[in-house]
Design a protein around this ligand. Structure first.
Ligand code: AMP
Ligand code: MG
Length: 423
């Protein structure tokens, strides 16, 4: 029996749900806020609920290029001919009232003048070549409704209503909505300062020849990219050696200057696995080891005000434990309200037998089968060192703790990478 498995039957490991509940209860959103220009607001976290201050649209306007007229002028027993007495263009309103028995040419987005109560599309009228009059046939006139093709003041947004909820990570369309309110700046949370370090004496930077027994370091590239996609301000601490004193000083120093510290490697039970010990000496360990696969040795601790997430060293474990465990913790610290990814129901296109007990994620892809709907395929090897499997994958299949196996056609939960911030 391996040492790392020896405690399974005695100490029950925390489930992911239990670990996240504990972690999220401990962690508060960064209190600092700042004002950013709209140009810089994409991806930032809105600090508080934002009420609308204007009606949008701010005035009734035309949804079509056509003619504004009075519904009551439409004839049912013959063509309706109306003189065109002027024009309303977008940004150039027709300022007078349009009397009964007359029409005004109008373009999309132009304010509707006082008087008319519908807009007819220009394709639906016969237009005098000189544009002095329009004619609408009776059959078409009968189909026109009051208010047709008029976008009403406030129909998109009402002044005073909730425009955007606090805790939202702003997307381009959210920033555009704020622009539509005339807001030039938004109040957002300060960026989360996160430091990343890899640990291991076997690790070397790419670009130099490898000595015997060494490997190139890769986990930092996974973590730096994932953190940048979350909008964090990231510090790369490089590779740390498996040496107690240098780990102590590196972690102490990094914790003093960051909100969160992420390490990879050195959290298992080998003699060179010093991260837990070092965190415990500088601060506290909240928990270590979860009932998950891959990523079991994941550690959550704290040094001063800095959360420390000790992720496993295996390249697959590091990414999976980041996505499922570290990510929700970081989102909470960033002040993001919703941290749960959406799981897509799919059918298994694979066969698997397993021992229940841990929640497991398989590297997967989804395809649409005309008869069976969404089918999930998984990568043939389960090795947590096989980084190429993650490059093949487009998401993860999640197996619940009590799952004893999967047969083709069984329902499974699929987590698209896009839902986890990897796209
Ligand atoms: P550890 O958790 O430190 O025992 O590492 C587990 C496995 O992952 C070992 O095979 C390590 O060589 C490998 N590993 C750890 N850190 C990295 C890294 N940053 N890049 C690539 N492989 C790593
Ligand atoms: Mg190591």
């Amino acid at each position: 029996m391996f040492a790392s498995d020896c405690c399974d039957d005695h100490d029950r490991l925390l489930t992911l749900a239990e670990a996240l509940e504990r972690a999220l209860a401990l962690i508060e959103a960064l209190p600092e806020i700042e004002s950013v220009n709209l140009q810089d607001a994409d991806g930032r976290v809105l600090a508080a609920d934002l009420p609308a201050r204007l009606d949008v649209p701010p005035h009734d306007n035309s949804a079509m290029d056509g003619f504004a007229l009075h519904h009551a002028d439409l004839c049912s027993d013959g063509p309706t001919r109306l003189p065109v007495i002027g024009q309303a263009l977008a940004g150039h309103p027709y300022v007078k009232t349009v009397p009964r028995g007359a029409a005004v040419r109008i373009t999309t987005g132009a304010m509707t003048p006082a008087g008319p109560d519908l807009v007819i599309m220009q394709e639906h009228c016969r237009i005098d070549p000189e544009q002095h009059w329009i004619e609408i046939d009776a059959a078409h006139a009968a189909k026109l409704k009051l208010g047709e093709n008029i976008r009403r003041c406030g129909e998109d947004v009402h002044a005073g209503a909730l425009l955007l909820p606090g805790g939202r990570r702003l997307r381009p369309q959210d920033v555009a909505l704020a622009a539509g309110q005339g807001m030039a700046t938004l109040t957002v949370r300060r960026r989360l300062r996160v430091a990343v370090a890899s640990t291991g004496d076997e690790l070397h930077e790419p670009g130099v020849p490898l000595p015997p027994g060494a490997i190139y370091e890769s986990n930092r590239y996974t973590l730096l990219g994932l953190l940048r996609r979350l909008g964090c301000a990231v510090t790369d601490l490089g590779i740390l050696r498996d040496e107690r004193d240098s780990l102590l000083s590196a972690l102490r120093d990094a914790a003093a200057r960051h909100d969160v510290l992420l390490t990879s490697g050195g959290v298992s039970v080998g003699t060179a696995d010093l991260i837990k010990e070092v965190i415990a000496e500088l601060g506290t360990i909240e928990f270590w080891r979860l009932a998950v696969k891959p990523g079991k040795p994941v550690t959550l601790g704290r040094i001063g005000d800095c959360q420390v997430l000790g992720l496993p060293g295996n390249p697959v474990s590091v990414m999976v434990s980041f996505l499922l465990f570290a990510r929700p913790v970081l989102l909470r610290r960033m002040g993001i309200a919703s941290v749960e990814p959406l799981r897509v129901p799919a059918r298994a296109d694979f066969h698997l037998r397993r021992k229940p007990g841990r929640r497991e994620w398989l590297r997967a892809r989804l395809r649409l089968d005309p008869a069976q709907g969404l089918l999930a395929t998984v990568y043939p090897t389960a090795s947590s060192g096989a980084l190429s499997s993650l490059c093949w994958a487009e998401g993860l299949v999640e197996l619940a703790e009590d799952c004893a196996g999967i047969a083709p056609g069984d329902g499974v939960q699929y987590l698209p990478f896009g839902e986890l911030g990897v796209d």
